[in-house]
Design a protein around this ligand. Structure first.
Ligand code: ATP
Length: 349
């Protein structure tokens, strides 16, 4: 969908922001650009909608050279979301969202009804449409920024540190929301972030840049984590690279057995089979139960490892979608699967 071919960007002051970049971004995929400050991520992003023009090389969107298109028209056909949303302070939320449709000549009524529809899509209450940006929280403003970018239903969305200014809890919510939206909308998204955890959560592919605008590696997150191309990438991914890899694999298919009958620890369940906690048989019947956090097939190996360490029995209680116990899994099984996940990612690489 987006194709960079031998692209360079040198600013008039002599700074090389992007160096000989060749990169493909797949249709319907999320490509995350990461790297230390000043390595050329934003410049790369902005060359896609011609807010910055390359010094040499070719950039194509949907097969068409961006330089052959009218810049204003191109920009209207590509959604753009920035940090702190960049909303117009003196326009209502509805009018902010309707900006591009109005520029495209949709007419006020149609543009506003589309904007109202998008409020719901991004999880904002209908009555927030009449408010002004300063009357919303940072996280809500960011949602409006996403709604505005989606208003004319562009196939491509550029997102530059969109969640950089909100607290970690809201940030996670916004990431979840984006993943949910993306399942429905299937946009081609280019996303810039400093945060490697955000990149691993959101990216179908992650492109790691080094100072001077050099692309070092571009790969799916599993592959990047299992096989960083060089020490720079490994360092950038951080010491918890192995744990991040575990966060990407799930418990599905990891063997489970019956809950232990003998031994010191017994898993207490209610009448319908919902796990209640671990009972210490040595402590007698009156002992309080130790907490259990049952996991589903969709939970990550990282959660499973964590639970197996936290559980007094070293076991993970597994439940179905209704929360009913299906069996237990021992820590060793999770270790084994973790090793397999690692080698599968290696093989893929
Ligand atoms: P950050 O993560 O800090 O936002 P970045 O990876 O997005 O950084 P860019 O903003 O693309 O980096 O900048 C790449 C390099 O180009 C930097 O050295 C920056 O100082 C320089 N640069 C960016 N814009 C200009 C400009 N208009 N004129 C001169 N140099 C610029």
């Amino acid at each position: 969908m987006i194709n960079f071919e031998a692209v360079n960007k040198r600013f008039p002051n002599g700074t090389t922001a992007v160096h000989d970049l060749s990169l493909e971004m797949e249709q319907g995929g999320v490509t995350v650009l990461v790297g230390s400050s000043g390595c050329g991520k934003t410049t790369t992003l902005r060359m896609i909608n011609r807010m910055v023009e390359p010094t040499s090389g070719t950039i194509r969107v949907g097969g068409k050279d961006v330089l052959s298109q009218d810049a204003a028209e191109l920009r209207r056909s590509i959604g753009y979301v920035i940090q702190q949303a960049g909303l117009f302070p003196h326009r209502t939320i509805i009018d902010n969202i309707a900006t591009v449709p109005l520029l495209l000549g949709w007419g006020r009524k149609k543009a506003r009804s589309r904007a109202a529809e998008l409020l719901e899509t991004v999880g904002l209450p209908a009555d927030s449409g009449r408010r002004y940006p300063h009357q919303l929280s940072g996280g809500q403003q960011q949602r409006v920024g996403v709604a505005r970018a989606l208003a004319a239903d562009p196939p491509v969305l550029l997102m530059d540190e969109p969640f950089g200014a909100v607290d970690p809890v809201v940030r996670t919510q916004l990431q979840d929301e984006l993943l949910r939206l993306q399942k429905e909308l299937n946009k081609t998204i280019v996303f810039v972030t400093h945060d490697i955890d955000e990149a691993v959560r959101l990216g179908d592919r992650i492109a790691v840049f080094r100072t001077g605008g050099h692309l070092v590696q571009c790969a799916p997150p599993e592959e990047l984590l299992a096989r960083p191309a060089d020490p720079f990438v490994a360092d950038f991914l951080g010491a918890e690279r192995g744990l991040k890899l575990l966060s990407l694999s799930t418990l599905a298919g990891v063997p489970q057995g019956p809950a232990p009958a003998g031994g010191r620890w017994e898993l207490a369940v209610d009448a319908s089979g919902v796990p209640l906690g671990w009972r210490d048989k040595d402590a007698g019947d009156t002992a309080t139960l130790l907490p259990v956090r049952p996991l589903r097939d969709t939970d990550s190996l990282l959660s499973a490892l964590n639970e197996s360490v936290a559980s007094p029995a070293g076991l993970v209680a597994r439940v179905d979608a209704d929360g009913i116990l299906t069996g237990v899994t021992a820590r060793e099984e999770i270790h084994d699967r973790a090793g397999t996940a690692h080698s599968t990612a290696r093989a893929a690489a």
